[in-house]
Design a protein around this ligand. Structure first.
Ligand SMILES: Nc1nc2c(c(=O)[nH]1)N[C@H]1C(S)=C(S)[C@@H](COP(=O)(O)O)O[C@H]1N2
Ligand SMILES: [Mo]
Length: 252
C-alpha cells in the first residue's frame, strides 16, 4: 500500500519534470533567432532533411502517372498571387536570363515548336488536398537543352560530361509578386514541364496562362503559374512560401 503511494508521488514528479522539460525546450526553440520566418533550429532541421532528400533524389524515379479518364475535368484554382490582372497572351514572351548580360525572350509559339509532353499525375498541395490532373507542355530538360540553359559560362553543349551546372533555377510571375526557387536536379527531372495546356486546351487564366511550371516531384507551391521570368543561380532564389516559414525544398 505504502509502496503504491510512493510510486504515485514519484510518477507525479517524473511527469512534472517531463512537462517542465517540454515547456523549457519549446520556449528555448521559440526564442532562438529566426531564419526565414521560423526559429533557427527548425529551419536547420528542414535544411538537414533537404540534404538527405537531395541525396536520395533520382532523375529516373518518376511520380506515378494516371490515364486520361482518371483526370479531373474541374480543376481546383488555388493561389492567385501574381495573377491579379489578365494578360495579353498574344503579346506574351517569357524572359530567360541565361547568364549575366545574356537574356532571351521566347514566345509560346516558339515553345510549341519543341516536342510536346503530357503528364497526368496526382497534384498535391501542402494544404492537404490532392487531385489527378492532366497537363501538356515541353519538358524543361528538352527546353534547356535546346536553348542551352542552366550551365555556366554560357557553356552550351549539354552533353559534355564536365558541365558546370547552376545549382538553382528561379521563376517569377511577370509582376514579380509570386516567385519560387528550385534545385536544378528537380528542374531537369523528366516529368518537369513548361506547361501551356490543361486537359488538352490552352491553360485557363487562373491556372497560369499562358505558361506555368508543372513539377510533379514537388508540392503545389512550387508549380508557379504564369512564368514571367526564369533565371539561374548558385544561391537559393527567393521563394514566396519559404519566406513565410515553409520548407524550401518542398519535395515529394
Ligand atoms: N503565380 C502563382 N502560382 C501559384 C500559386 C500562386 O499563388 N500564384 N499558388 C501555388 C499553389 S499553393 C498551388 S496548390 C497551385 C495550384 O494550381 P491550380 O490553381 O492550377 O490548381 O499553384 C501554385 N502556383
Ligand atoms: Mo498549394
Amino acid at each position: 500500500m505504502k509502496n503504491n503511494y510512493l510510486k504515485s508521488i514519484l510518477s507525479f514528479f517524473v511527469f512534472a519534470i517531463f512537462i517542465y522539460g517540454c515547456y523549457f525546450g519549446i520556449s528555448w526553440i521559440a526564442n532562438q533567432p529566426k531564419i526565414d520566418g521560423i526559429p533557427a533550429p527548425l529551419r536547420n532541421t528542414l535544411r538537414f532533411n533537404e540534404k538527405i532528400f537531395t541525396s536520395l533524389f533520382s532523375q529516373t524515379k518518376k511520380s506515378k502517372e494516371f490515364s486520361i479518364d482518371e483526370a479531373q475535368t474541374r480543376v481546383r484554382k488555388n493561389g492567385l498571387v501574381g495573377l491579379e490582372k489578365n494578360i495579353d497572351t498574344g503579346e506574351y514572351k517569357v524572359m530567360i536570363i541565361r547568364d549575366e548580360k545574356d537574356t532571351l525572350f521566347i514566345s509560346i509559339d516558339d515553345i510549341k515548336k519543341l516536342p510536346k509532353t503530357e503528364v497526368i499525375f496526382d497534384f498535391k498541395c501542402i494544404e492537404g488536398w490532392s487531385q489527378v490532373t492532366h497537363w501538356g507542355g515541353v519538358k524543361f530538360s528538352d527546353f534547356a537543352k535546346f536553348y542551352h540553359l542552366g550551365t555556366k559560362n554560357g557553356s552550351i553543349i549539354h552533353d559534355k560530361p564536365d558541365m558546370d551546372w547552376y545549382k538553382y533555377a528561379g521563376l517569377e510571375t511577370p509582376n514579380g509578386k509570386y516567385f519560387v526557387g528550385i534545385d536544378m536536379p528537380s528542374m531537369m527531372h523528366p516529368q518537369t514541364i513548361l506547361c501551356y495546356e490543361m486537359n488538352g486546351k490552352p491553360l485557363p487564366n487562373l491556372d497560369g496562362a499562358p505558361l506555368r511550371l508543372i513539377i510533379p516531384v514537388k508540392y503545389g507551391v512550387k508549380h508557379l503559374k504564369r512564368i514571367g521570368k526564369l533565371f539561374f543561380s548558385d544561391i537559393p532564389p527567393r521563394d514566396y512560401w519559404a519566406k513565410y516559414g515553409y520548407d524550401y525544398y518542398a519535395g515529394l
